[in-house]
Design a protein around this ligand. Sequence first.
Ligand code: TYD
Length: 136
Amino acid sequence: MTELPQIIQLPRVVDKRGNLSFLQHCTPIPFEIKRTYWIYDVPGGATRGGHAFREQQEFIIALSGSFDIILDNGEKETRYSLNRSYFGLFVPKLYWRRVENFSTNSLALFVSDRKFNASDYVRDFEEFQQLKSVLR
Ligand code: TYD
C-alpha cells in the first residue's frame, strides 16, 4: 500500500468527440472503492475539510474546474492544485486536509475506501498532532 500522498494520472481515451477517463477496482488508485461523494455549488472563498481521518484513504479528482488541497503531515503543509479531470490526489490516512480556492462551478469528486463513519474523523488539530507524534 502507498503511504505517501501522490498525484496519480488516470487513463485517457482521447477522442475527437470528447475525451474519456476512468478508474476502477484498485486501478490506478491503491485501494478498493467503497464510497464516492462530491462537493459542488461551493461559494467563492469557502474552505472545506479541516480534519483528518483515522483510517480512511481517499482519492480526489477535480472533475470540473479547479481547487487546492492542502495536506498537513503534522510537521509541514503541502499544497496540491487540481485542475484536470485526468489527475487525482491520493490521500493516505492521518493527513490533516483542507480544500480551498474552488473555481466557479468546480466539481470535486472524492473516492473513499470505506463507508461514512463519523467516528473516523479527527476534527481537533491537537489530537491529530498527538496521533501523528506517537507514529514517529
Ligand atoms: P465533511 O466530511 O465534514 O465535509 P468536508 O470535509 O468537505 O467539509 O461532511 C459534511 C457533513 O456531511 C457532515 O455532517 C457529515 C456528512 N457526510 C455524510 O453524511 N456522508 C458522507 O459520505 C460525507 C462525506 C459527509
